[in-house]
Ligand binder design. Structure first.
Ligand code: PRP
Ligand code: URA
Length: 224
């Protein structure tokens, strides 16, 4: 329809919503420092990832819509608020699995789907290998969990698939994001909020995030 130089393109770029949310919290920063430390063994890494995810869950869930309900306490009638929508958490395997429990502590009734994606080691492009999604996706608030947003290829792939499967209310929750990954997601899925604990400096020649925390999947599962 158009080229980069004309007004339509410039207006469209200017209209891309600011979807990036960087969560600031002293305990989250503390957990992130543990995750970044190369001396942290896999058990402590897994625990810190759980705790960081739990803090992210509290922040992300602030936006959940509620509905008013009438409640009968043991003493009298009153009003309360319940979550309006059902929630689904969808970890991107493998590393996203380490964030699931933190979310379930806050939203124990959430459904859990799984999307298996790995990065091809040569080209760094995403390769999907597994998908098992909950029913009723169009009506669910869906949190896609993956601690690392590097090139953004895996996140864009996951969001593409989830949209094709019917998801309409999607949010991406990571912990460490590279500028390239943020741009990739914002360009492919401009309406999807991105939540992260940190925006790191850059990607290196192997598409690893710098300073980053290394290979998250290997560190969670002790496969380094
Ligand atoms: C990691 C990470 C993300 C992806 C990010 O997974 O958990 O899914 O890389 O990189 P990208 O933004 O460039 O796509 P990895 O491919 O290492 O798979 P694994 O968790 O199974 O080890
Ligand atoms: N995947 C990881 O686990 N770490 C990175 O730095 C980049 C991709």
């Amino acid at each position: 329809m158009s080229t980069c130089g004309d007004a339509w393109f410039v207006d469209t770029i200017a209209a891309v919503p600011q979807t990036l949310n960087v969560v600031e919290h002293p305990v989250l920063a503390d957990r992130l420092a543990v995750l970044r430390d190369r001396e942290t063994p896999h058990g402590a890494f897994r625990q810190a990832l759980f705790e960081a995810a739990a803090i992210m869950a509290v922040e992300v869930a602030r936006e959940l819509p509620v509905r008013e309900v009438e409640i009968q306490t043991p003493l009298e009638a009153t009003n309360g608020l319940r979550l309006r929508d059902e929630v689904a958490v969808i970890p991107v395997l493998r590393a996203g699995l380490g964030m699931v429990e933190g979310f379930l502590r806050l939203v124990p009734d959430a459904r859990v789907g799984h999307v298996g994606i790995y990065r091809d080691e040569e080209e760094h492009v995403p390769v999907g290998y597994y998908e098992r999604l909950p029913p009723g996706l169009p009506d669910l608030r869906v949190y896609v969990l993956d601690p690392m947003l590097a090139t953004g290829g895996s996140a864009v792939h996951a969001l593409d698939h989830l949209k094709r499967a019917g998801a309409r209310q999607l949010e991406l929750v990571c912990l460490v994001a590279a500028p390239q990954g943020i741009e990739a997601v914002q360009s492919a899925h401009p309406e999807v909020p991105i939540w992260t604990a940190a925006v790191d400096r850059e990607l290196d020649e192997n598409a690893y995030i710098r300073p980053g925390l290394g290979d998250a999947g290997d560190r969670v599962f002790g496969t380094v």
